[in-house]
Design a protein around this ligand. Structure first.
Ligand code: ZN
Ligand code: ZN
Length: 172
């Protein structure tokens, strides 16, 4: 293949994030994340229960519901949110398994837009860029705002198409 046919770096690293996501055992969401410094891959992670502990496939998802006060154009509304809390999220596992010094000025490629908690942790982790593919509308607005306040480059690969073999149907 000539160099014209080579994948661009965004596609290359996002493909790896999607490959990593297939390791996840949570039937609700398969998330993969990779840490990249320059063009170098420094770590990979997916969402899952702690090592040695039964995961969602074995023990079922652990569903929690909470409410959040959302204000839209001055109108307050309590919005109910459901999530599986059995797993450590991919982004959090990535932070657990990489060193701060490696993360300074690095980029995270993640299959899904980070939730609020992960976004908060990533914002304080030394990384300076986050690239994602699928949106996570539940937290999207406040996450984008916080990234802008923090000066972290935060972008969606909208045109990207994940490798077909990495996709699975998820329950929502
Ligand atoms: Zn689960
Ligand atoms: Zn998260």
């Amino acid at each position: 293949m000539s160099s014209d046919h080579r994948k661009d770096w965004d596609t290359y690293f996002m493909d790896i994030a999607f490959m990593v996501s297939t390791r996840s055992q949570c039937p609700r969401r398969h998330v993969g994340a990779v840490l990249v410094q320059g063009k170098k891959l420094l770590g990979t992670a997916y969402n899952g229960a702690p090592m040695g502990v039964p995961d969602c496939l074995e023990a079922g998802c652990m569903i929690a519901e909470d409410y959040e006060l959302v204000v839209t154009e001055g109108v307050e509304e309590m919005v109910k949110k459901q999530r599986c809390i059995r797993t450590i999220h991919a982004e959090q596992n990535l932070l657990l398994f990489t060193d701060r010094i490696d993360r300074e000025g690095s980029t995270v490629y993640v299959t899904d837009e980070p939730c609020w908690t992960c976004a908060n942790m990533l914002a304080n982790s030394g990384i300076t860029e986050i690239v994602y593919h699928r949106t996570y509308p539940k937290d999207s607005r406040k996450v984008s705002l916080m990234m802008a306040q923090k000066g972290i480059s935060f972008r969606q690969l909208e045109q990207y198409e994940p490798p077909r073999e990495t996709l699975m149907s998820v329950e929502n």
